[in-house]
Design a protein around this ligand. Structure first.
Ligand SMILES: [Zn+2]
Length: 655
């Protein structure tokens, strides 16, 4: 008789090994952190004895589930912002809140919360990607869970690093510290090709190869990402990352929603793992990953929940079911991704995708004891059929719920026994999470109070106020002014020809001012567009002074480069109304008596209002406004339109 530490008997064993062995009644023997035997109960009992025998009460005994892609600390952001487009959700909500709140404490608490939730749903290992990953690893190890923990590196400043060099250095230290840990596999995560430079991609690949650790990255999550990559690099995403040596590393590629067959073969050739995230892809309307094709080609495809802010839970039973349903529904083929394959993806194949397939993912002698008991007897799972071995998998995938998981063992240690968590205090975690939620609520409510603070929250806005002295008059024809300008002593410094497309956002509260999204298309002599730039200007209700001849002083103009699309700003700022102005603008930067002015000769096309002359000078203080207003009056006389009727303040169209 061989002595084991723990003997599981009377179980419905789903081994999920390469032969898909099922044993009923089956038994599993565990010695230390390792499974030493799996088989029919009578056979195991003949050879093994133990002081601790666990009666599985005919529950299903199977390998723990592997959550192949998540961002665990984001449990604290669960439900913060939903039903938004990916860019608005990410740039408008997640990133500003993360910049403000993410700290080692935040990450630790969020991780504990996630571990509690995942253990409850039968997850024994997960692949994470976040900031302060050292704290994620710490909290995970304390909870007794297994994880591939990936320290994020990207080109933007992050909550844990001011520069990419800093986060790369952190990743190196992190990997050194955790390499060889029994539960934690450290890893590096260049966030995505579009949030990293080629230099970052190459440096992270080198780091992963140097330490022989996995590299975790988001690949081809949206069609837009692929479209941009094709336009900018002339190739889709997988060949691009290959060019940056990413595939030299042990890659875990999350999403892969929009990859073609050639890319799948490239990933397969590189032995890359793929994490399929059904809920997240559906919720963010990213598309449906061609999972069946990937599986048929032999790729290691696991299943992930993605972060709880885009799911919004960490329930792998739901993900497994969706993975099967999505493959069927999208292909019109009900045989696509059968139950057994879905469970395989969430166990052995998922472990391979995480590059930990040698130690976990199935019940086999030599693998770590990562196993769960699922009660398949509740009403929602009755009755049971036995004529077809596939029905054991159907029960798990199509009818079981996360709450049916009663016991979880990881690395030979119990973390849940008879529905009781042993390493985490749920009540306390919920309480602490609520404290964070209330702080974040206050932050967001304050931000929503003004357009200005919303603008600052997404970054790029200058908090500096500027002023503008401005006169606008209607003119009969552009030529009269152009002739006068060329014959006057006004010194022309620069001439530009634009087509300007302005969209004005107005808000219910007029004190908020209005926000202008302007696209300037530079036009050459032949009338061809030679360049496009977009800017965002917040124009306060800042009419401040009225000089003679309707020269006006405006204040509160805040500028920001418009790095997002018009649609993004519309969905983020939620204006109560908007209107568009299109014009053809001849813009002269001039010097007059030592002061710079802009002289704009506009033809308004939308709405069709004819020609206008605008003279303006920007200033960062109001002190010189008086002098400038006098110069404007002189300029208007020089341009031969001093008898033109200036537009009164309340008549001045925006723009
Ligand atoms: Zn993700």
């Amino acid at each position: 008789m061989i002595k084991a530490d723990k003997l599981f008997v009377n179980g419905r064993v789903l081994a999920m090994d390469s032969e898909f062995h099922q044993f009923f009644p089956g038994a599993v023997a565990v010695l230390g952190d390792v499974i030493v035997a799996v088989g029919p109960e009578d056979e195991i009992l003949k050879n093994y004895s133990s002081d601790e025998t666990i009666d599985c009460q005919e529950k299903t005994l199977m390998p723990g589930l592997i959550n192949a892609h998540t961002h665990v600390p984001m449990t604290l952001l669960r439900g913060l912002a939903d039903d938004l487009r990916l860019d608005v959700w990410l740039m408008g909500y997640m990133m500003p809140v993360e910049r403000e709140f993410v700290s080692p404490e935040f990450v630790q608490l969020g991780t504990r919360l996630a571990c509690a939730e995942m253990i409850r749903s039968g997850v024994t290992a997960f692949a994470d990607m976040y900031y302060f990953e050292d704290n994620v690893a710490q909290a995970t190890a304390e909870a007794g869970m297994r994880a591939v923990c990936s320290q994020t590196v990207m080109k933007f400043p992050t909550p844990d690093a001011a520069s990419y060099e800093e986060s790369l250095a952190m990743a190196r230290e992190f990997i050194k510290k955790w390499k060889g840990h029994p539960l934690i596999v450290p890893s590096v995560a260049p966030h995505a090709p579009y949030t990293c430079t080629p230099e970052i991609l190459r440096a992270t690949a080198e780091l992963a190869v140097e330490f022989d650790v996995p590299l975790h990255i988001h690949i081809s999550e949206t069609a837009l990402e692929v479209e941009n990559m094709r336009r900018e690099q002339g190739m889709p995403v997988v060949p691009y990352v290959k060019k940056q040596s990413i595939l030299d590393a042990k890659v875990l590629a999350a999403h892969c929603v929009h990859i073609d067959e050639g890319e799948m073969r490239t990933l397969k050739h590189a032995n890359a793992g793929v994490a399929h995230n059904p809920s997240s892809n559906l919720k963010l309307a990213s598309g449906i990953a061609p999972v069946k094709r990937m599986i048929d080609l032999g790729l290691n495809v696991g299943i992930g929940t993605d972060g709880p802010a885009s799911n919004n839970d960490l329930d792998m039973f739901e993900e497994m079911r969706l993975a099967a349903f999505l493959a069927k529904g999208s292909s019109g083929d009900p045989t696509a991704i059968p139950a057994r394959t879905a469970l395989l993806m969430a166990t052995r194949l998922g472990a391979k995708a995480l590059h930990i397939g040698d130690i976990t993912g199935s019940l086999e002698p030599g693998k770590r004891a990562d196993l769960i008991l699922v009660d398949t007897h509740p009403l929602h799972n009755s009755p049971h059929f036995r004529h077809d071995p596939q029905s054991s998998y159907s029960q798990i995938i199509y009818a079981s719920k996360a709450t049916d998981v009663s016991d979880v063992m990881i690395n030979g240690n119990w973390v849940m026994r008879d529905h009781q968590l042993l390493t985490l205090d749920e009540m306390e975690l919920s309480k602490q999470a609520q404290v964070y939620a209330e702080k974040i609520d206050v932050f967001l409510m304050q931000r929503e109070e003004s357009i200005m603070s919303k603008l600052i929250a997404i970054g790029g806005a200058m908090e500096e106020e500027s002023f503008e002295v401005q006169l606008k008059v209607r003119i009969e024809s552009r030529d009269i002014v152009l002739n006068a300008l060329n014959q006057s002593p006004i010194q022309i410094l620069r001439t530009r020809h634009y087509r300007q497309y302005d969209t004005y956002f107005e808000f219910t509260d007029p004190d908020q001012g209005y926000l202008r999204y302007r696209e300037d298309d530079s036009v050459n002599e032949k009338g061809e567009v030679t360049g496009v730039r977009s800017r965002l200007t917040l124009i306060g209700q800042g009419f401040e002074r009225h000089f003679p001849q309707e020269v006006l002083l405006w204040r509160s103009r805040y500028f920001a480069p418009a790095s997002q699309t018009l649609r993004f700003y519309r969905e983020y700022f939620k204006p109560s109304s908007e209107h568009e102005i299109e014009k053809d603008r001849l813009r002269f930067m001039v010097s007059f008596k030592g002061t710079e002015f802009y002289i704009n000769i506009d033809e308004m096309n939308k709405p069709s209002l004819g020609n206008f002359l605008e003279i303006k000078s920007r200033t960062w203080s109001r002190n010189d406004a008086e002098e400038k207003s006098r110069l404007v009056t002189e300029l208007i006389a020089l341009l031969g339109v001093s008898n033109a009727e200036p537009l009164a303040k309340d008549y001045i169209e925006m723009g």
